[in-house]
Design a protein around this ligand. Structure first.
Ligand code: AMP
Ligand code: MG
Length: 331
């Protein structure tokens, strides 16, 4: 039999051991970047199991690369290229069907401001060129896109172009969708605090540890400076801007978001930021709103109960949806 003081001492050490055993692991933040879909993608995760986090981040990047292979019209073997080349129906997978349906919904609701069939215009304007130049009016007129309801026939998993002039370009929606898919990978790995920023397409998992994520909104005319910040949890926030891909010619800014009616860069806005439940939806809505311009664009966004938006008009003045009024911190 142990004597009483010895039992007490042993008991004390046992409790100490248990407390040590049960102590929470310290939280760390892991951040990694990769170049995917022509943009720098940054993933940040807060958690305790660094090995699991690293593995999950690698898997998330892999999923985004996979989406690039699926959606890029510049990749010969992509499903979008297959649709663009075929005259008849093409078998596609569930992701392509999902994104096309979402894009066509936004196209309908924006009365054609969002248009995924303007691949011909994107090639003509060629913002990737070393010295891009504005095309002639005649060249542009020949490539004015077909209206969204006359572009595609989707039957189950088969997609057919209804018009040989339709060239799909999902640049206004695919990046956001890819971020959603990458977030799913992080969630499935048991992570609860993460952010993915793909060049202004941002998806958030939970908060930044205990606190909300503090997201900066880029100033459309001051590179590297913020216009405002906002605190968010578990949301998507996407910005479309005329400063992302553009060139100047004779003092005029030509940028990559086109008004499908004119084939010219849309002139109403400098930038549009949309907050929504998914990054894919926010991405498409931001592009659509940019084309609609500040007035019609604001009315368009107000129709979605779960969506907020900030629009910087061409003259630099900002308007926003009613639900955003007290939530932005101006810089
Ligand atoms: P974002 O940066 O998300 O606004 O998308 C711009 C990209 O979407 C462009 O580079 C084009 O690939 C494509 N795009 C341009 N104009 C439109 C439009 N009116 N509707 C849908 N996609 C567009
Ligand atoms: Mg977009």
């Amino acid at each position: 039999m142990l004597n009483r003081p010895l039992t007490l001492i042993l008991g004390f050490f046992l409790i100490l051991l248990l407390v040590w055993w049960q102590r929470p692991e310290p939280s760390t933040e892991v951040a990694r970047t990769a170049l995917i879909m022509g943009t720098l993608v940054e993933i940040k995760v807060v958690g305790t199991d660094v090995k699991n986090i690293e593995r999950a981040i690698s898997a998330a990047f892999a999923v985004m690369r996979d989406e690039e292979q699926r959606f890029s019209p510049e990749i010969e073997t992509s499903q979008i290229s297959a649709i663009n080349k075929a005259t008849g129906p093409v078998a596609v997978d569930a992701q392509v069907v999902e994104v096309l349906h979402l894009g066509l919904k936004v196209a309908r609701e924006s009365h054609g401001a969002f248009n995924m069939g303007l691949g011909g215009l994107v090639k003509l304007w060629n913002f990737q060129a070393l010295h891009p130049q504005a095309p002639t009016e005649e060249q542009i007129r020949a490539l004015i896109p077909v209206s969204p309801e006359n572009q595609l026939e989707i039957k189950g998993m088969q997609v057919k172009r209804l018009d040989p002039r339709v060239q799909l370009d999902l640049g206004g929606i695919a990046k956001g969708y890819a971020v959603d898919r990458a977030l799913e990978v992080l969630r499935a790995a048991g992570l609860v605090s993460a952010s993915i920023n793909a060049g202004g397409d941002i998806g958030l998992l939970g908060g930044h540890g205990e606190r909300p994520w503090k997201i900066g909104i880029q100033h459309p005319r001051k590179a590297g400076e913020l216009l405002a910040t906002i605190e968010l949890r578990e949301r998507a926030i996407v910005t479309s801007g005329d400063y992302e891909r553009f060139f100047m010619q004779d003092g005029v800014r030509y940028h990559h978001i086109f008004d499908p009616q004119t084939g010219m860069p849309a002139r109403g806005c400098q930038s549009v930021t949309v907050i929504a439940a998914t990054v894919g939806e926010a991405d498409a809505l931001a592009t659509a709103t940019f084309v609609l311009g500040p007035q019609a664009g604001l009315a368009f966004l107000e129709k979605y109960p779960d969506v907020e938006g900030l629009i910087v008009a061409a003259d630099g003045h900002a308007v926003m949806t009613s639900g955003l009024k007290d939530r932005l911190k101006w810089r």
